[in-house]
Ligand binder design. Structure first.
Ligand code: CA
Length: 744
């Protein structure tokens, strides 16, 4: 059995050495970038694409099977590739911007993306974080690797028939021109789906290492160049881009790509991935579990992207998608904080604080340039989702010791975020803030998705209060702590669920806990009732008792998986995914409910969190094209798995606590800032042993249902004894429960 596993791992790595690696097998060998790519508009198994990139890279590269403009750029079930695309797409629903593609064309010149696709089979495709390689059915081969701002391609043609490269700048005001002197293409792509100033452009250069025999352009912003190569002769294409200018693109190309081979670039990218992913080392488990883990970690480390570049002096500068000017400093983008505040950013603050530092500065830069902090940015503000989770990010970072941002400006920006709303973009600022402040809740139907907003605002108010308190602003803290209890105002005692009230205080008619939309966002009351991250104890009081809250959690998993699509008017994909899971009303495919299984820890039944977290990991994730049970969403659904596999999860960012589940692997080692390591030793962890019998932290008996950030940062060993049966005596006392505002 063990031998078989080793042989398999070895052969997998050999497969992935196609880009020329010579060193030992590495963690990146365990990543399957195709995880989640078998998705459609109607049903998402992740809605991902195989990104060739470095962590947080400014550009990603992906084979493109869909037509230009389709958010479904790579669908596993497709059989044609139309281009290799520089992409910045965070989600098919948000779509792409600053996009261009490079495509070999063979036998006959075709530039139009609708007609130039070449067929391939997955057997002839190799995808890794650092390299994508495919052999088309016609014998053309393409391999590519990327740095943050550049990429290298190697392309071969099977014979000396007509050989072309097409460079597609995606119309929409884009342009391409061949520069004879420099044997390269200069292009600008202006393709976008919003969130950019008028002067937005992605300036790119594409260079070839072989002489050009002919060149031209078409009316759709495509350029083509023709080559006369021998069969199998390698054509190297080097490219880089800049959101600032062609001069900066040249600088990026010279710095990252010039004179380097595919092997060089791929090897460097792989080393970066191995260092970043290597900060979390797991041991044991099955090979499939290891692959799922590292495939999830890869996804967690892609977004948000570096939108900054380095000038001649190697200082960070960026084109601002907010004011259209070039500024000094950091800018990150392509992130929906509604998703990523939950677990992605908490993973960064723990394991990648150097990145968190820059992200926090970037948030305040957005405030300077646009008057608001970002909530869903791609690349500028986008009207998508709800809440003030930018406040959660800053507060959580501060509580975890990331303090390189201007705290006074942060507090000002946070307060402003709660007292204003962008006129054009409803998700920026606080929609319904005046009503919320007047009534203590956002009224429905006066305001769309009002109950979901109320719940998120109350949490954001608590985050703001925490931050104000920690930075010496007592009065502000007190004001916002009071507002943090506003979630109570929409708890409908008659039915024991969160529901909706109009501005006269009248409860909404026809209560239905399975009704999606309306006062809720992409969910129903079964899911949103749990969105009281900062005060599960207070929620438990509303539900009646600890026992009743546990019973409600139990019933979520066994209730019929029926639904009322409500104001959506059709079965949105999140509904279809919940029904397909067949886990009652538990809808792990979308974010509102993802922390809910951990809430058992707050009511004295931690073994149920252990059981369900393990069950969700094993049942709803795998490393294949159907590996997720809904949208992956900028790393969030992946980060849930990463944390959960380690055995703990940040239920309430802003508290510095990690609530316990059940470690998937017998051993996990976190390399933390300051050279410390924190080891989770889950003795006997296996599919049969998901329950915690007992725990010790650094040799001392540990009864709590949570770990503290400081405990992890100090380093040490968390030793758990795993069992087949629950220990119903452990973690049942109030002292052992994680933070709740009501009890503090
Ligand atoms: Ca989602």
């Amino acid at each position: 059995m063990r031998m078989k596993k080793l042989i398999y791992l070895f052969s997998l790595c050999l497969l992935l050495t196609a880009c020329g690696q010579k060193e030992q097998p590495s963690l990146s060998c365990l990543v399957n970038p195709l995880m989640g790519t078998s998705s459609t508009f109607q049903f998402s198994h992740g809605n991902t694409y195989p990104a060739v990139a470095v962590p947080w890279g400014m550009n990603f590269w992906s084979p493109q099977t869909g037509e230009n403009g389709s958010g479904w750029m790579y669908m596993y079930t497709d059989s044609l590739i139309r281009g290799f695309r520089q992409t910045h797409q965070p989600s098919p629903w948000i779509n792409d911007y600053g996009t261009f593609s490079i495509m070999p064309v063979f036998g006959q010149l075709v530039t139009d993306n609708k007609a130039r696709g070449m067929s391939f089979r997955h057997d002839n495709e190799e995808a890794a974080p650092d390299c994508y390689r495919v052999k088309f059915d016609n014998g053309v081969t393409t391999a590519l690797s990327a740095t943050s701002r550049g990429a290298v391609f190697e392309i071969t043609y099977p014979s000396e028939e007509e050989q072309y490269i097409v460079v597609d700048a995606y119309q929409y005001g884009g342009s391409v021109a061949f520069d004879k002197e420099q044997n390269c293409i200069y292009g600008v792509t202006r393709y976008n789906n919003g969130g950019v100033p008028d002067n937005f452009g992605n300036h790119f250069i594409v260079e070839f290492d072989k002489p050009i025999a002919a060149s031209g352009t078409d009316e759709n912003a495509c350029a083509y160049v023709r080559f006369r190569l021998k069969a199998g002769e390698k054509l190297t294409v080097r490219t880089a881009s800049s959101f600032i200018s062609h001069e900066q693109a040249r600088l990026n190309l010279n710095r990252e790509i010039a004179g380097r081979s595919l092997e060089d670039v791929s090897e460097e990218a792989r080393a970066i991935w191995n260092e970043r992913m290597g900060r979390i080392k797991i041991e044991g488990g099955t090979e499939e579990q290891q692959k799922t883990f590292y495939s999830c970690l890869y996804r967690t480390l892609l977004f948000p992207r570096e939108f900054y570049e380095l000038n001649e002096q190697e200082e960070p500068v960026y084109y601002s998608p907010y004011d259209g000017l070039v500024h000094d400093g950091y800018m990150y983008t392509d992130n929906g904080f509604w998703d990523t505040f939950r677990a992605v950013h908490p993973l960064f603050t723990l394991v990648y604080p150097e990145v968190s530092e820059r992200i926090m500065q970037s948030i305040l830069n957005v405030y300077d340039q646009s008057g608001f902090m970002p909530e869903w940015a791609s690349p500028g503000h986008r009207s998508c989702m709800i809440g003030n989770n930018s406040i959660s990010l800053l507060a959580d970072a501060w509580m975890k010791g990331i303090r390189t941002f201007d705290k006074e400006k942060a507090l000002e920006a946070m307060i402003h975020q709660t007292q204003a709303r962008s006129k054009e973009i409803s998700s920026v600022g606080r929609d319904g803030y005046a009503e919320y402040d007047r009534l203590g809740y956002v009224p429905y139907p006066e305001v769309h998705e009002a109950t979901a907003k109320t719940l998120e605002y109350a949490y954001a108010d608590w985050c703001l209060a925490r931050f104000a308190e920690a930075t010496g602003h007592k009065e502000i803290a007190n004001t916002y702590y009071r507002k943090a209890l506003n979630y109570r105002n929409l708890f409908y005692p008659e039915n024991g669920f969160m529901w909706a009230k109009d501005s006269d205080g009248k409860w909404r008619d026809n209560f239905d806990a399975t009704e999606w939309g309306g006062p809720f966002t992409e969910g129903c009351s079964w899911h949103w009732t749990w969105s009281v991250f900062h005060d599960p104890e207070g929620l438990s009081a509303l539900l009646g008792s600890h026992e009743l809250m546990a019973a409600r959690l139990d019933s979520m998993f066994v209730a019929p998986n029926t639904f009322n699509y409500g104001t959506y008017g059709f079965v949105i994909h999140e509904i279809a995914e919940m029904v397909a899971l067949n886990m009652g009303q538990y809808a792990h495919g979308n974010q509102p409910v993802q922390h809910a299984v951990y809430l058992y820890n707050y009511v004295g039944e931690p073994w149920k969190a252990q059981y369900h977290t393990r069950n969700v990991m094993n049942k709803l994730y795998n490393s294949g094209p159907e590996g997720y049970c809904g949208d992956e969403d900028n790393g969030q659904t992946s980060a849930w798995y990463v944390f959960t596999a380690l055995g703990f999860y940040p239920v309430c960012p802003g508290t510095s606590e990690y609530v316990l589940g059940s470690p998937l692997f017998p051993k996990a080692t976190l390399s933390l800032p300051g050279g410390k390591t924190f080891v989770v030793n889950a003795e006997g962890a296996s599919d049969d042993n998901c329950y915690i019998r007992s725990a010790e932290l650094n040799g001392t008996d540990f009864t709590r249902n949570y770990l503290k950030h400081e405990e992890l940062l100090k380093g040490g060993e968390f030793h758990l004894l795993m069992d087949t049966v629950p220990n119903k005596e452990r973690g049942i006392n109030a002292d052992d429960f994680p933070y709740s505002y009501s009890t503090n």
